[in-house]
Design a protein around this ligand. Structure first.
Ligand SMILES: [Zn+2]
Length: 160
């Protein structure tokens, strides 16, 4: 994946605001917390996206250094009926996730352009990542491939 950095503001102020919003959401005990998806599936999605935010390209290592959590974003928002399936979930740093709010992809890109942020390649990258399979590692070393095909997610058991 291209490591193209777009100019979403990752300043201390933006980070604090994002962290504040995030803990509010987690405290409100809605689906926003960490437990709406299993850790092994979450990790498989992070692997699919090479550990980089699909929106700004920031890497896991960099978010760690900057104190920004990496999250999963519902491309089509949950509030608007978006699913928890892998073909609706992308790796997103908390700053981008919070900036996106309850917007769909098109709305988010439009918003970014309105604040002067270039969005070239983002939509294509998001669609490309969403079309990829993931491999989920279960306890006991079992692996299951989840493959998105025309609106469904197919489960394929894998040999070790
Ligand atoms: Zn980001």
């Amino acid at each position: 994946m291209a490591q193209q950095q777009i100019a979403i503001e990752h300043s201390a102020k933006a980070r604090n605001k994002a962290n504040e919003l995030h803990s509010e959401r987690i405290n409100s005990k809605t689906w926003y917390g960490k437990h709406w998806i299993r850790d092994n599936k979450r990790e498989a999605l992070y692997r699919r996206d090479n550990g980089c935010c699909v929106y700004c390209g920031i890497s896991f290592e960099k978010t760690k250094r900057q104190g920004i959590p990496m999250t999963l974003d519902h491309v089509h928002p949950r509030e608007l009926g978006g699913s928890n399936q892998i073909d609706n979930l992308v790796t997103a740093c908390l700053v981008c996730n919070c900036a996106k709010q309850h917007r769909g992809l098109r709305g988010f890109l439009k918003y970014l352009r309105s604040i002067g942020v270039g969005t070239t390649g983002i939509a294509r990258r998001v669609r490309r990542q969403l079309s990829k399979s993931i491999v989920v590692h279960s306890a006991g070393g079992r692996k299951t491939k989840l493959k998105p095909i025309s609106g469904k997610v197919i489960r394929i058991k894998m040999r070790n």
